[in-house]
Write a protein that binds this ligand. Structure first.
Ligand code: ZN
Length: 384
């Protein structure tokens, strides 16, 4: 196991840095041919980008793109790019997480032949943004494919595995005081397993007053936790000191167990370091009605769910993926300071920015002021 002091405020300085050829391709797929600053996305995987991130921003755990879920015939260049980038970051003393898209894949090429997709009660596949479908967490072929990816990422130098989007099948939507749509997956494997283990059939309507619905929601989250546990054990069997982390979303302000099947408390036990997205950079709004946006309730309550000695970090943003420009320096520093004051680290959002014209990264040359300020605060946090 790792030394627990590695994961403390100031010592653990992670950054989301999805880049390389896979991220350029994913941006174009996700945002329908949006312009992408390709140069800056390639540079982040090369010495110049690594030097900036490690020595100027002073980040030491780099979340790198490994698998966005493109079929292997397309994605193999991303795996190679990950390996090259990992080598550059390692030379500078930083560690890397391999990003693994865990619950969906791109519907193209050889993946069109697969039978691993999550299924609605009406027998249809479940959309995930454009060009992608949700996969099923009970499908053995999909789980084995994830294991292949974990093994390959470790062979290519990963120090950590980062599981994104732990979502099990369909997500019900809140409308007024009811929930619309079903939860989970209605493929034959899921149906049979639920029938076998509980003697019941999967409920289609999410009526939270019914015990059978609550039982099913509980079962669904238990099954997903079990899968993540098995994948993590597999990773640790290959490399005993591999660090496991995941995007756990916000377990306090949102009913993530119901919507996604995320049981934060159980998942936190499996991970070495947890990350939640809290969707809110702190800010003060000075209007007629004064508003202070902050994350105290989310962070403090989440920490109560964590096993002792485990570290929390947060990823904060305004609108979200692909819609925000790079934030002004003062706002980034406020977010980092808030996280530190609340006893957690902030994962720097280095990627998925849109500057009004194109998708860009925090490492682009026009954000020199932000880069220096982040580096300075990281040094201060480490020293204090
Ligand atoms: Zn299924």
């Amino acid at each position: 196991m790792h030394n627990s002091t590695d994961f403390r405020i100031g010592n653990y300085r992670p950054i989301y840095l999805w880049a390389g050829p896979g991220t350029i391709r994913m941006n174009k797929l996700k945002f329908m041919q949006v312009e992408v600053d390709e140069n800056v996305h390639h540079e982040a995987h090369q010495f110049k980008g690594a030097d900036l991130v490690v020595n100027d921003l002073y980040q030491n755990w780099i979340h790198l793109t490994y698998s966005w879920g493109f079929p292997p015939e397309i994605e193999k260049e991303d795996w190679q790019s990950f390996e090259g980038a990992t080598c550059e970051y390692h030379k500078l003393g930083a560690k890397v997480f391999a990003y693994i898209q865990s619950s969906n894949c791109v519907y193209s090429g050889s993946f069109k032949e697969k039978d691993w997709y999550a299924i609605t009660p009406k027998g249809k596949k479940v959309y995930y943004y454009t060009g992608r479908y949700m996969t099923c967490f009970q499908n053995i072929t999909w789980i084995n494919y994830l294991k292949e990816r974990i093994q390959d990422a470790i062979n290519r130098g990963a120090d950590g595995i980062f599981f994104d989007n732990l979502w099990y099948g369909l997500q019900p939507n809140a409308l007024f005081r009811t929930w619309l749509g079903a939860a989970g997956c209605f493929c034959s494997a899921c149906q049979e397993k639920y029938q076998l283990e509980t003697g019941k059939s999967t409920p289609i309507l999410i009526n939270l007053h019914k015990k059978e619905v609550l039982d099913y929601i509980q079962w669904r989250s238990q099954k997903m936790t079990l899968v993540i546990q098995q994948l993590s054990e597999f990773a640790r069997s290959l490399k005993s000191d591999i660090i496991i982390s995941a995007n756990d979303y916000d377990p306090v302000m949102r009913p993530v167990k119901l919507i996604f099947g995320i049981d934060f408390q159980s998942l936190a036990k499996i991970q070495d370091v947890t990350m939640i997205e809290n969707f809110a950079l702190p800010k003060w709004v000075d209007r007629n009605e004064k508003i202070l946006v902050n994350n105290t309730i989310t962070v403090r309550n989440t920490q109560l769910y964590l096993p002792q000695q485990k570290h929390l970090c947060v990823l904060s943003y305004d609108t979200g993926i692909g819609f925000d420009p790079v934030y002004p320096t003062r706002r980034i520093l406020t977010g980092m300071a808030e996280a530190a004051a609340l006893g957690c680290s902030m994962t720097s959002k280095g990627t998925e920015y849109h500057d009004g014209k194109k998708m860009t990264l925090l490492t682009a040359p026009e954000y020199g002021e932000q880069q220096i300020a982040i580096g300075n605060l990281h040094h201060w946090l480490q020293d204090h």
